[in-house]
Design a protein around this ligand. Structure first.
Ligand code: NAD
Length: 482
């Protein structure tokens, strides 16, 4: 008997109004393990109406920030209490090894906790005008937020959007990916249990068509989206019809640059994480690896050995580092890139296709810079390696892409680290590490990698309407009289 995951609307888990459902496949067993409600216009209407009501006449937007902090902290704690349940759902839906799913839960709970605290600690601005007047800023909730999430870090991406939206007093309608409907339902139920009022946090399940209904709707005040760049363009077009602000976190083709003077043990460890963690299904993946000529052979040999040592298998089994790709649909895309490596002039040093929906950790060399594997986002465990000689050359290579989400630089030379970081066209640059986040820092991408930044005050900018209040202190000060 498969499990069922409904919509969560106005505090209740419900079927679709027309009863439609879709299947979710476990990519390891390739069997349907769950069904989810399939949202249509009636379900979208119900969720948006609930969110609108909760915003217009519920307590949440006007709640004392410290009270909201208490509720959100309880929510975060409840997530940690249910960490294994939440992790299991993501592993079943998309094949992420359970230890990695557990790290995602921890980071998701931290997202909730961080923004709960941030909205209490954040300060506004005051502008003494010296003219008998005084201005200050107010950050007020924007309204109904639609959050649309991808499948690669289901809970983590959802919480990254839901946390600041709720913390700043908005109400939310979340649409999880059709490939990962499960964890969002428990996530939203835990919010209710923690005391978030019904209607404040709703979930509507469904495919892209359901997302399109949400993003085209005039009842919406903000749209926050993470997913493919092409989908981002469609969402921006839909949002522009209603003049709704969008935050778009899109695809990537991260450059991982290793200079001759790098700590090679550290750099090879991170390079493995950067492309093979989550089976490479990471927007921030270091999918283009640039090695300075002097360490090319030595680095590649160690990197290959570490890649081949990854334990591949059942993502539920203990000790497994590397699971299958998330779905048959995604496997078809990634395997297409792998199958055409030789035809495009490259060579697979190690890896290739495995059993079932597995693509082994794959390292490609000798590939022309015009090849699709080098230019396009593969979103799998596939890295293209190239040599370089000079700093100028590698900065040019790294920046020569439509994407600009992130880059990594490995060097022990402090001046070079700062110099190259400043020259890279990317929303985030990691020096001698990868994937470490400070939630106060801006997060987002350049070019086809997105529009806008989230994190700390950047999230506040997006999820609130900043207002200026100008007050007269005295009528007698000259300037500014009517
Ligand atoms: P996707 O764009 O196919 O789908 C993402 C979500 O959008 C899903 O919920 C989907 O149902 C919905 N959707 C699809 N069409 C829609 C439409 N027309 N209107 C509204 N919603 C629609 O992306 P995906 O395959 O789920 O995720 C992988 C992509 O996400 C990769 O490109 C990856 O780089 C990117 N990603 C980016 C970040 C980041 O922070 N920049 C993080 C994770 C993933």
């Amino acid at each position: 008997m498969s499990e069922f995951f409904g919509h969560l609307i106005d505090g209740r888990e419900v079927e679709s109004v027309d009863g439609r459902r879709f299947d979710s496949m476990n990519p390891y067993t390739q069997q349907t393990w769950a069904q989810a409600a399939w949202g249509g216009q009636a379900d979208v209407d119900a969720a948006l109406d609930a969110a609108r009501r909760a915003f217009d006449s519920g307590p949440w937007p006007h709640m004392d920030p410290q009270e909201r902090q208490k509720v959100l902290r309880r929510f975060s704690e409840a997530m940690m209490d249910h960490a294994h349940d939440l992790a299991r759902l993501d592993t079943m839906d998309m094949g992420k090894p359970t230890p990695q799913a557990l790290v995602d839960v921890e980071r998701s709970a931290w997202n909730i906790r961080f923004f709960a605290d941030h909205q209490v600690m954040a300060t506004g601005e005051a502008y003494p005008m010296g003219s008998g007047h005084h201005a200050y800023s107010l950050y007020q909730p924007a309204g109904v937020v639609v959050a649309i999430a991808p499948w690669n870090f289901p809970l983590m991406m959802e919480s990254w959007k839901v946390a600041p939206a709720l913390a700043w007093g908005n109400t939310v309608v979340l649409k999880p990916s059709e490939f990962t409907p499960a964890s969002a339902v428990l996530f939203a139920k835990l919010a209710l249990e923690a005391g978030i009022p019904a209607g404040v946090f709703n979930v509507v399940q469904g495919y892209g068509e359901t997302g399109a209904l949400l993003t085209a709707d005039p009842r919406v005040d903000r749209i926050t989206f993470t997913g493919e760049s092409t989908t981002g363009k469609a969402i921006q077009a839909a949002a522009s019809k209603n003049l709704v602000p969008v935050s778009l976190e899109l695809g990537g083709k991260g450059a991982n640059i290793v200079f001759d003077d790098a700590d090679l043990d550290n750099a090879t460890d991170w390079a493995v994480q950067a492309i093979f963690r989550n089976a490479g299904q990471v927007c921030l993946a270091g999918s283009r690896l640039f090695l300075q000529r002097g360490i090319y052979d030595q680095f590649l040999a160690t990197f290959q050995a570490k890649a081949e040592a990854l334990r591949i298998g059942d993502p539920m089994a203990p000790g497994v580092d590397f699971g299958p790709l998330s779905s048959d649909v995604h496997y078809a895309k990634v395997s297409g890139f792998v199958n055409s490596v030789e035809a495009e002039g490259g060579r697979i040093l190690t890896g290739g296709l495995g059993e079932g929906l597995f693509v082994k950790p794959t390292i490609i060399v000798d590939l022309p810079l015009t090849a699709s594997q080098y230019c396009k986002e593969i979103f799998g465990p596939v890295v293209v390696v190239n040599a370089f000689d000079t700093e100028d050359e590698v900065v040019h290579l790294a920046n020569d892409t439509q994407y600009g989400l992130n880059a990594m630089v490995f060097t022990e030379n402090l001046s070079r680290a700062h110099r190259v970081s400043a020259r890279l066209r990317a929303g985030t640059v990691w020096v001698n590490c990868f994937f470490i986040r400070d939630l106060r820092a801006p997060f987002g991408g350049v070019g086809a990698s997105g529009i806008g930044r989230e994190g700390g005050n950047f999230s506040r900018e997006f999820f609130t309407e900043p207002k200026a209040v100008v007050m007269q202190i005295t009528r007698d000060s000259g300037g500014g009289r009517p």
